[in-house]
Design a protein around this ligand. Structure first.
Ligand code: HMG
Ligand code: MG
Length: 288
């Protein structure tokens, strides 16, 4: 693979849709994932096996997984906060799962109803089951720069949680600026702390674009050696438990910026423009 390759990890069907107020019909979610599947992505985060009481938008996760036409070149993944979610994801034949922790205690309580330490404990049996079934597990750390409840987050707090996820056996840790308050300077400081113990090849940037500087944060992360970035088609997204969180950085904008700067993404940019239209339609109907 070219050393100028940057992988875009598409999270739109999960992060993009979980924050939509109106329930999006299952067949429209399937249409979106199928359309994304032919654009050159290696990873698509398709859904989340979370409590339907907490995130009703993701209640149809098994039906979504059963309905999509899988491209063998794509790894379809899903969020799993606990063993219950993992077993459902396994039944739905996901290729990969993701556990999610937070660098902020308050956000951890609000989002997954437990402390950071309890969340790591909760992931232990999940990791054992995943190992048994050869399912790769990705780890997320949320609030890597700021928290909607606690404000500024210390870089060392992020490093501690990222280290714990790596020790559990995650193959990669995605660093989430959940509410999009990062700047190239604060992202750089955070990455410096995390990279004391973790090689940049095992890290991904997951930057919400609340202030319009997510692409600058990607550039700062590229300078620090990161080569994997999460994004959502149409720039939708946010977390129901992170008030003020705006969408993820847009996949199209990210791919265009990278390609224009000499990086290769392997993505079909014209195809991305077309799928942006599908996503915009979903969002427009929802907000009409
Ligand atoms: P809890 O209420 O403490 O869980 O929630 P519980 O074990 O007491 O179970 C309560 C009920 O939920 C029970 O049902 C369980 O069966 C059910 P009842 O007996 O009352 O009928 N339940 C489940 N159902 C389906 N799937 C499951 C599951 N687990 C329990 N997996 C829990 C704890 C973690 C489940 C809950 O807080 C939850 O689901 N939270 C998810 C919140 C979420 O999805 N947030 C958005 C994703 S994170 C994010 O967006 C950030 C990220 O993008 C990175 C970034 O931007 O920073 C990743
Ligand atoms: Mg997110």
């Amino acid at each position: 693979m070219s050393d100028k390759f940057v992988k875009i990890f598409e999270v739109g069907p999960r992060d993009g849709l979980q924050n939509e107020e109106e329930i999006i019909p299952t067949d429209e979610k399937i249409e979106l994932i199928d359309a994304l599947s032919d654009l050159g992505f290696k990873n698509i985060e398709a859904t989340a096996f979370v409590s339907p009481k907490w995130v009703p938008q993701m209640a149809d996760s098994s039906d979504v997984m059963a309905g999509i036409n899988r491209n063998p070149n794509v790894r379809y993944s899903a969020l799993t906060p606990n063993l219950q979610g993992f077993e459902k994801a396994l039944d739905a034949k996901v290729d990969e799962v993701a556990v999610f922790a937070s660098a902020s205690e308050t956000f951890s309580q609000k989002n997954i109803n437990c402390s950071i330490a309890e969340s790591i404990e909760r992931f232990v049996p999940l990791m054992e089951r995943a190992r048994h079934h050869n399912i790769p597990v990705r780890g997320y750390v949320s609030c890597v720069v700021g928290c909607p409840y606690e404000g500024e987050i210390e870089p060392q707090a992020v490093a501690d949680v990222a280290n714990a996820l790596m020790e559990l056996g995650c193959y990669e840790v995605s660093l989430g600026d959940t509410i999009g308050v990062g700047t190239p300077q604060t992202i750089n400081q955070m990455l410096k702390a995390v990279q004391v113990d973790i090689d940049p090849s095992k890290l991904a940037g997951h930057y919400h674009d609340t202030k319009g500087v997510a692409l600058d944060n990607v550039k700062a992360s590229l300078d620090m050696g990161l080569r994997v970035f999460d994004s959502a088609i149409g720039g939708l997204g946010g977390c129901p438990y992170a008030p003020g969180a705006k969408g993820n950085v847009s996949t199209l904008a990210l791919a265009q910026m990278l390609e224009a700067s000499g990086w290769s993404t392997g993505l079909d940019l014209d195809g991305l423009v077309k799928v942006e239209t599908i996503m915009a339609k979903l969002a427009r109907q929802n907000h009409a």
